[in-house]
Design a protein around this ligand. Structure first.
Ligand SMILES: *Cc1c(COP(=O)(O)O)cnc(C)c1O
Length: 436
């Protein structure tokens, strides 16, 4: 049977995989969830510790998508997207780090974006014309999406970014790939970019004619590959150890993917949510009241979220019960000063270099072990420290972080971007001129 997807706001109505992935957001503004998630088979549990990351990924994806996609196609999509490792580094005896930054854009978002790109390519393989993916970016997401869709047949990507408001390296990531990636340098802010994207989706007739879709982070297909690496980490620990996963969180997609892994039967001691001062979820776990609010800027800026989009999925998984969520998820938050201090202290004590997001996670792991001395903590290290060079050099000194080759290579590439006015009509006209 194929998998069916419901919206968290209308649990009785279902769409198929193609609609859930290409539509991204249900019309009622809920979030898509798979109807059936059942524990993996005894056959899987008999062999899982011997499987590679993509082999595990294929089994997990098959259990979630069921017959929505032929097995040989799904296997190809998993192996092509997850073509880089997720090493588990044991820093001290029970203190582990899962490095999720070995993909092309050096952040864990590569897992979701690469998988989504190939799945979208397959889902639209028989449609007429190209699938056009629109993405507004303030910097990082656009880079992951551009590299993920680059050269994927049947797709083209249009990236909108605010002129002069992204770093030089980020701009190269957005503008230098060429091929099926087109970049628009918008004379305005990130909010203008988002407004332009939204405006064309509201014109349903044009959106359908141009086969538009969005590479939004709430897409269900981005969560699925993020559950793969929870198994990967667990398989490397001793057989009798149930890991406590510590997840530096913003929109809580990564943590929700862990909850999916648990529903598939993975044994987990506890999920520990680590946030910066944007602590809406830790406060909810403490007080039982969910109070979203505007975000504040921090040095772990990919987690500066005041209204976490995946909270609706977490509530749905726990049947809207605070007590049930509290029993599985702990939450802690830290400010920039503690984050900076931790980057310095852990480098001095262990030689390991944490990026600002991982440092927030490390603090939460320490706090969790205080009351659970037996715990094996696995901190998800979500980005490479070289992506946050300013902060790293302020704390550790110039040259203290080696810059990976794929980041250094970018400097020599040529920027190609089309200037765009922050005007909805001008943008719509330009888009139409692309034709099919
Ligand atoms: C996106 C991101 C996060 C937050 O992940 P969520 O799934 O939104 O909770 C954390 N760290 C980095 C480096 C990120 O890019």
């Amino acid at each position: 049977m194929p998998q069916k997807f419901y919206s968290t706001k209308s649990p009785g109505q279902f769409v198929d995989l193609k609609e859930a992935v290409l539509r991204s957001l249900p019309p009622d503004n809920g979030l898509y969830m798979p109807e059936y998630i059942e524990p993996l088979s005894a056959v899987f549990w008999g062999k899982w510790r011997g499987l590679s990351l993509p082999e595990i990924g294929f089994e997990v994806a098959k259990a979630i998508f069921r017959d929505s996609i032929p097995e040989d196609q799904l296997e190809k999509i998993v192996h092509q997207s997850i073509n880089f490792p997720a090493p588990l580094v044991t820093v001290k005896q029970q203190e582990h780090i899962l490095e999720l930054f070995h993909g092309p854009s050096l952040a864990f978002k590569d897992f979701g974006a690469r998988f989504m790109a190939r799945l979208m390519g397959w889902l639209t393989r028989e449609d007429e014309g190209l699938l056009t993916v629109l993405v507004a970016t303030s910097g990082d997401t656009g880079g992951a999406v551009a590299s993920a869709f680059h050269k994927v047949p049947g797709t083209r990507v249009v990236i909108l970014y605010p002129k002069g408001k992204v770093s030089e390296l980020q701009e190269k990531q957005l503008t230098a790939l060429g091929g099926n990636i087109t970049s628009l340098e918008v004379d305005g802010t990130f909010d203008d970019c988002q407004r332009l994207v939204k405006s064309v989706f509201l014109q349903r007739e044009m959106a359908e004619r141009l086969n538009l879709t969005s590479a939004n982070s709430i897409n269900i297909s981005r969560l699925v590959p993020q559950s793969f690496y929870y198994f990967e980490a667990a398989k490397r620990l001793p057989q009798d150890v149930k890991p406590s996963f510590v997840i530096p969180s913003g929109n809580f997609g990564n943590l929700t993917a862990g909850l999916l892994a648990e529903k598939l039967g993975l044994e987990v001691e506890r999920f520990v949510a680590a946030t910066n001062r944007n602590d809406v979820v830790p406060a909810y776990l403490r007080e039982g009241e969910y109070r979203p609010r505007p975000s504040v800027a921090t040095i772990s800026n990919a987690m500066d979220v005041g209204a976490p989009s995946n909270f609706a999925r977490m509530e749905n998984i726990f049947g809207d019960e605070w007590e049930s969520m509290k029993a599985r998820v702990a939450g802690f938050s830290y400010d920039d000063q503690m984050t900076r201090e931790t980057i310095r202290r852990i480098r001095a004590e262990t030689g390991y270099t944490l990026d600002p997001h991982g440092a927030v996670g490390w603090l939460a792991a320490e706090e969790w072990r205080k009351s659970n001395s037996e715990a094996h903590t696995v901190v998800l290290e979500t980005a490479h420290p070289a992506k946050f060079l300013d902060v790293m050099e302020e704390e550790l000194g110039e040259g203290a972080v080696a810059i990976p080759k794929r980041l250094r290579c970018l400097v020599d590439l040529e920027k190609v971007a089309i200037p765009m006015a922050p005007d909805e009509e001008v943008f719509a006209e330009w888009l139409q001129s692309l034709g099919q």
